[in-house]
Design a binder for this molecule. Structure first.
Ligand code: HEC
Ligand code: HEC
Ligand code: HEC
Ligand code: HEC
Ligand code: HEC
Ligand code: HEC
Ligand code: HEC
Length: 502
């Protein structure tokens, strides 16, 4: 019994020691774990590179780098912005890429685009109230992020005196976000709205009363459930679906719980400006981002060099049958997806991928990328709310080819403030442009700074690769067009190649 007096305090001390040890362990902040993981990844990378390096100088440099990583200790990263504000996001996100040369990390930091709590070193609180749940390009938060105010007090992509610089407002009202074209045409087709596009409808007749089994209000509930909520109305943030090859998809199948059909979300500005791979997974340097989680761009990078594969995440995906409410995805679409990272493919490969089988096109409608023709206002809107694609499109064949009576419209650059220079800031393949140069202007008055007249030659410089293409002109050729009929349909009656898909 005498010993008990000693036993108790000893046990107490032991217990305290165990508790202190556990506490210390739980106190190793999670950011340290991420940083160690990042260092370890750099060490693995260099060790795997080293054996192949023969050059002695390079070898020494790499060996030195390796020892630096091996010695490095985790520490809190305080990014001090020019306005004096401190951000610590990089403490965990050490390996993240700079988002773009026009948004340098040192002056922009992170929270201007992402929101969140700049000083927190805890995942939950750091991410609290972030914009768009980590996707700042989502149109529901783009006004706060892309449309916000920069650290230097400058307005970003909204609230500027020049309407063209307010991409956030333009995109939100563009037909790709409102889907006004699809909605109004399908609604008219189903007779939900009176219109003149129902086959067999006589002038003055309302489609609502047209004797068609699909007509009338009863159809509305099905339309809302199958088309609107599933695909075609998501606050402008359109879901992109990856279908198994050859599937025939009723829109209600999409929520299939066994994972046969997978949904990849697309977020507003990011759907075009952040390039994705086939699986929509992140492959960059930030070790915090799980490699198997769907819904990220390939790397943390904004670009204006948007290849056709990116547009074809939504376009040319398959055939819609709005009458039977069925969508048939392309069997061959997988091929486009596999080459996601290689925008410059051979012409024959492009022909295979580009359009839905059976569609007709002239050569340039495949050899060029979508954005070599479709202007900025075509893709990001011009401030008008259009109800059909046809009225929204700005580009016309004659903008580049002219007509049998006229050369393409051009303008001479006479001021260094000309908006034509603006793309130089964001597009590294922008061809040299100087005062006195002649660029093409569309019939709707939009400049095409990538399309030029140089002496006797007319050229398109690809916005993706920088490669130049000679434009054959209609004037002076043997073209048999009627100069009054400039719609693409009329050209395709004679200039029609077709995708001979397997
Ligand atoms: C304590 C570490 C930590 C800090 C500090 C931190 N993050 Fe994160 N962040 C993470 C982790 C871990 C993930 C991956 C979460 C997951 O598993 O999806 C992540 C994911 C993200 C994502 C991707 C979100 C998604 O899943 O779509 C964004 C964006 C992001 N963080 C931004 C920030 C910003 C901005 C800050 C600073 C305000 C910040 N983070 C601070 C740990 C941190
Ligand atoms: C110009 C705006 C902008 C800035 C500045 C910015 N980001 Fe991002 N960030 C984005 C966009 C847009 C995405 C979504 C990309 C996507 O769809 O995958 C993103 C995604 C992320 C992700 C998810 C991984 C990924 O690449 O998709 C993380 C983590 C992240 N950002 C952290 C940061 C950190 C840390 C900083 C500061 C060093 C920062 N961001 C600065 C716009 C920005
Ligand atoms: C997130 C899906 C999505 C992506 C990505 C996308 N589009 Fe679209 N686009 C649409 C939808 C939907 C419509 C039709 C809207 C309607 O008719 O209501 C459309 C319409 C258009 C139109 C006709 C109307 C107009 O505004 O001129 C053009 C041209 C066009 N897209 C080009 C492009 C190009 C070029 C890209 C790539 C830079 C692209 N799209 C990427 C969904 C998308
Ligand atoms: C459907 C595809 C698409 C979407 C969605 C889109 N953009 Fe763009 N954007 C483009 C293309 C293509 C270009 C390059 C063409 C150009 O500037 O003429 C571009 C260029 C830009 C530029 C550079 C302009 C310049 O002069 O270089 C900015 C800034 C921009 N976009 C912001 C945004 C913002 C902000 C959003 C979201 C609100 C957005 N974009 C959504 C396709 C898109
Ligand atoms: C060689 C130039 C060129 C290329 C490349 C091009 N388009 Fe077009 N596109 C046009 C023209 C011109 C029109 C207007 C057609 C007309 O006159 O009716 C058009 C019309 C459209 C329309 C409106 C609906 C329709 O079919 O008429 C959509 C949507 C569209 N293009 C999307 C795309 C997408 C997506 C890509 C890339 C995969 C692309 N275009 C590539 C020139 C081009
Ligand atoms: C952005 C400028 C641009 C626009 C817009 C454009 N083209 Fe072209 N077109 C070209 C270029 C460049 C070539 C040469 C393509 C090549 O070398 O691969 C070309 C080649 C052609 C040719 C000769 C090759 C052939 O296919 O026989 C025809 C015909 C043609 N285009 C018709 C059209 C039609 C029809 C449209 C409207 C749907 C159109 N183009 C829109 C730039 C344009
Ligand atoms: C009735 C048939 C017909 C129609 C309609 C037609 N074309 Fe042509 N086009 C031709 C013929 C034939 C040639 C000469 C082909 C040759 O020289 O190999 C030609 C030549 C051309 C060329 C020059 C090609 C070269 O390689 O030099 C262009 C560009 C062109 N057409 C564009 C158009 C556009 C744009 C439209 C619509 C506005 C159009 N064509 C409508 C029959 C037509």
């Amino acid at each position: 019994m005498k010993n008990q007096r000693y036993w108790l305090p000893v046990a107490g001390l032991l217990l305290l020691a165990v508790m202190l040890f556990a506490l210390e362990k739980s106190r190793t902040p999670v950011w340290m774990t991420y940083q160690k993981e990042y260092f370890a990844e750099q060490i693995r990378r260099i060790k795997s590179e080293l054996p192949a390096v023969k050059d002695a100088v390079k070898r020494q440099a790499l060996t030195h780098e390796l020892s630096q990583w091996e010695k490095r200790k985790p520490e809190v990263v305080n990014l001090v912005l020019p306005n004096g504000k401190v951000e610590r996001c990089l403490t965990c996100h050490l390996g993240i890429e700079e988002i773009s040369p026009s948004h340098p990390t040192n002056t922009f930091g992170c929270t201007v685009c992402h929101g969140g709590n700049a000083l927190s070193l805890d995942e939950q609180t750091a991410h609290a109230d972030w914009y768009g749940q980590g996707h700042p390009g989502a149109l529901s938060s783009a006004s706060l992020s892309c449309g916000g105010t920069g650290p230097n007090g400058v307005r970003c992509h909204s609230g500027n005196p020049q309407a063209a610089n307010n991409e956030v407002d333009l995109v939100k009202g563009s037909i790709m976000a409102t889907k006004a074209g699809e909605l109004s045409s399908v609604r008219r087709m189903l007779g939900l709205d009176p219109g003149n596009t129902v086959p067999g409808l006589k002038p003055g007749q309302s489609a609502q009363y047209f004797p068609n089994p699909l007509n009338g209000r009863p159809q509305q509930a099905k339309f809302m459930a199958d088309c609107l909520t599933q695909c075609h109305l998501n606050n402008g943030n359109l879901p992109i679906f990856r279908f198994p090859q050859g599937a025939r998809v009723k829109s209600t199948d999409v929520a299939d719980a066994n994972g046969a059909l997978t949904e990849t979300p697309a977020y507003g500005c990011e759907t075009c400006h952040v390039l994705t791979n086939a699986t929509h997974t992140y492959v960059g340097g930030d070790v915090t981002i799980p490699r198997n989680q769907v819904g990220f761009g390939m790397v943390h990078r904004l670009t204006t060099q948007i290849p056709y594969t990116q547009c074809n995440q939504c376009h040319n995906q398959g055939q819609h049958d709005p009458i039977h409410d069925i969508f048939t995805p392309r069997k061959d679409m997988q091929q486009v997806v596999n080459d996601w990272m290689k925008p410059t493919l051979s012409f024959s490969r492009r022909v295979k991928d580009y359009y839905v089988p059976g569609e007709v096109f002239a050569r340039c409608e495949v050899s060029l990328d979508c954005i070599d023709c479709h202007t900025r206002q075509d893709v990001m809107g011009d401030g008008h709310a259009y109800q059909s694609e046809y009225s929204a499109v700005h580009i016309q064949c004659m903008d580049c080819h002219g007509t049998s009576a006229q050369l393409p419209r051009t303008k001479v650059i006479t001021s260094l403030n000309d908006p034509a220079f603006e793309e130089k800031i964001t597009n590294p393949v922008f061809p040299p442009l100087k005062l006195g140069d002649r660029i093409v202007v569309t019939a709707k008055g939009e400049e095409m700074p990538f399309v030029r007249q140089e002496g006797k030659r007319w050229l398109v410089y690809s916005r993706i690769s920088g490669k130049s293409f000679n434009i054959p002109l209609v004037k002076g050729s043997a073209c048999r067009q009627n100069p009054a009929r400039q719609g693409a349909d009329s050209c395709h009656r004679c200039h029609a190649e077709s995708t001979a898909h397997p």
